[in-house]
Design a protein around this ligand. Structure first.
Ligand SMILES: Cc1cc2nc3c(=O)[nH]c(=O)nc-3n(C[C@H](O)[C@H](O)[C@H](O)COP(=O)(O)OP(=O)(O)OC[C@H]3O[C@@H](n4cnc5c(N)ncnc54)[C@H](O)[C@@H]3O)c2cc1C
Length: 548
């Protein structure tokens, strides 16, 4: 990246008239992460352009699972129903241990999912998720500019100059912010001088989307921990269509995960039948192999998610093993986290804008690193030929996953509902209503959930009041126009509104809720105590809002 001058002021500072920009946000890459970034930019009132070097949307299924937390992100965007309509929830995950002699069935729909409106893992091919996202972008007035590649970035302090190629022609765009959503081999990342070191997992995987003649239950997945290699069978929404993921012998010419986007067939129907028969004992009857890919598993996280006015999100920032099914979900959540920050940063002092933007890397890099590491360790346990790993798979794992509380943890944990930023933010508050945690979303007596009452953009307050008070009396006492609420909406949650008693909802508590439904601050709701003087660190985000 060319650097014309080093910024002498906070990069988050608003530009002056001499820093004329063409656009607030320039998004590079129109995969799921880029589409969410562009649509969220528009929803927050920013101008945006989104560039994609491909000529049109790809038809490969790639990521197959949308998780509950991602559905909550889609709900804030207003597209959860469209995504839900494009997919089918998995009914169960069947874990077959020790050459299929032991089997544990995890009934995914029957788990105690708790406080979410999306109690499932949703099977949706990536191209369908992208189609819904692109339609949404169009409905907001945006459009993907196809056949356009980023060539170079030049940081000029208050703007970033991007050189783009549209075929033979070159265009220079001056953007306030550039977001690199350009996948595992990110040009933005290279231009920003950020490195992403991949660690090989020492395992080669085969992926295939294939039809079967076999009468497998359509909406249940299978994981076979066979001695000769891991095998995963995932149902796809189209009848009799399945995704196969199998560990295979390593060959030299293999590529790494995100480079494996070709349709060259490393596996035909006969090889797929043979693999499944050997490891699962199923006569699969493979036909119509629509997409296959083989790659050496690797993973890694970029050293930084930001360089000045340039951000990385999605696969450009972190490479996952597809065994965990988290790549797309993490990218979507990155994009949402980043865009509300860029939007809010316009309204606050440069110092606080910088604080808001710096927290993107703190939260999302920490999350991605933990996730990549966790999936890598799990993959190693599932694929290692070592004696101890084999004993664990045959003896310990079946006992562990038979436990109902482990199954509940698996459903919610993989669904990313327990994802908290408290640790990354150095917060020590205990309980679900603490700073850095996802705001609980209890079911209310009228059939709604708390999230249904919260606006979809900006910060808002949720104030818990005593169950004996009428909601209108409680609301009047709070005086939603009082300066202490900084002009942000106040949502009153009366204990008596809850469908079921919940001791965690404590009257007298106010929480400041971020646009992504995470808790920014917690303090007392009433009395004369000013918000900024409340409990430890309660002031941080409230101060930011104070400085409008
Ligand atoms: C074979 C395979 C199987 C997978 N299976 C799963 C799975 O089962 N579950 C799961 O969760 N994930 C899976 N993934 C990962 C998942 O597909 C990614 O995590 C997800 O696509 C990331 O989205 P993204 O938008 O960040 O990046 P991408 O989807 O990679 O999108 C990046 C976009 O940027 C464009 N681009 C690149 N460079 C430029 C440039 N210089 N200028 C303009 N445009 C550019 C690319 O053309 C591309 O369209 C799989 C991936 C692969 C390759």
């Amino acid at each position: 990246m060319k650097q014309h001058q080093s910024p002498t002021h906070s990069v988050a500072q608003a530009g002056t008239s001499e820093d004329a920009t063409d656009v607030d946000v320039l998004v590079i890459g129109a995969g799921p992460t880029g589409l969410v970034a562009a649509a969220e930019a528009l929803r927050h009132g920013l101008t945006v352009r989104i560039m994609e070097r491909n000529t049109q949307r790809g038809m490969f299924s790639k990521a197959l699972v949308v998780h509950a937390r991602t559905m909550e992100v889609f709900a804030i965007m207003g597209i959860d129903r469209d995504i839900r309509a494009a997919g089918t929830p998995f009914a169960a995950l069947n874990l077959h241990f020790n050459n299929r002699n032991k089997r544990v069935r995890v009934d995914l729909l029957d788990q105690p999912w708790g406080d979410t409106a999306y109690p499932f893992w949703l099977s949706v091919p990536q191209h369908d998720t992208e189609r819904v996202l692109e339609n949404h972008l169009t409905s907001l007035g945006g459009q993907v500019e196809w056949s356009c590649s980023l060539l170079e970035l030049t940081d000029q302090g208050n703007v970033v100059e991007a050189t783009l190629s549209h075929g033979e022609e070159t265009e220079i765009v001056r953007a306030r912010w550039v977001i690199g959503c350009d996948g595992g081999r990110s040009t933005v990342r290279d231009q920003a001088g950020i490195t992403l070191r991949r660690t090989g997992a020492g395992a080669t995987f085969l992926l295939a989307d294939v039809k079967t003649t076999c009468d497998l239950v359509e909406n249940e997945g299978h994981l076979f921990l066979a001695p000769d290699g891991l095998l995963i069978l995932v149902p796809m929404p189209e009848p009799r269509q399945w995704r196969l993921i199998a560990r295979v012998a390593t060959a030299k010419q293999n590529t790494s995960t995100t480079e494996a986007e070709d349709t060259l067939a490393p596996a035909d129907a006969a090889r797929i039948d043979e693999l499944i028969a050997e490891r699962a004992g199923i006569t699969f009857g493979a036909h119509d192999v629509s997409w296959t890919s083989q790659f050496d598993l690797s993973h890694g996280v970029a050293g930084e998610f930001r360089s000045g006015r340039i951000f990385l999100a999605g696969d450009a920032a972190h490479i996952h093993s597809p065994v965990g099914g988290q790549g797309l979900n993490t990218g979507v959540q990155d994009a949402q986290n980043l865009l509300w920050r860029i939007a809010e940063a316009r309204h606050v002092s440069p110092e606080h804008a910088e604080e808001l933007l710096a927290a993107y890397q703190i939260e999302r890099r920490g999350t991605a690193a933990a996730m990549v590491d966790g999936v890598a360790r799990m993959t190693a346990i599932m694929t290692s030929p070592k004696y101890l790993a084999d004993r664990f798979r045959s003896l310990v794992a079946p006992l562990v996953v038979s436990r109902s509380f482990i199954q509940a943890k698996l459903a919610r944990g993989v669904g990313m509902l327990n994802l908290s930023y408290a640790k990354q933010r150095g917060e020590r508050g205990a309980g679900t209503w603490s700073v850095g945690h996802r705001l609980p979303n209890p079911l209310l007596g009228d059939g709604e959930r708390l999230y249904d009452r919260i606006p979809n953009s900006g910060f808002s307050w949720v104030v818990c009041v005593n169950g004996t008070e009428q909601p209108n009396i409680a609301a009047a006492k709070l005086d939603a126009d009082a300066p202490r609420w900084r002009g942000r909406p106040v949502i009153v949650l009366n204990e008596s509104d809850l469908a079921e008693p919940d001791t965690s909802v404590r009257s007298g508590r106010a929480v400041l809720v971020r646009p992504d439904r995470y808790i920014a601050a917690v303090g007392p709701s009433g009395g004369t105590m000013p918000i900024t003087g409340a409990a430890t660190r309660f002031g941080e985000q409230a101060n930011i809002l104070n400085l409008h």
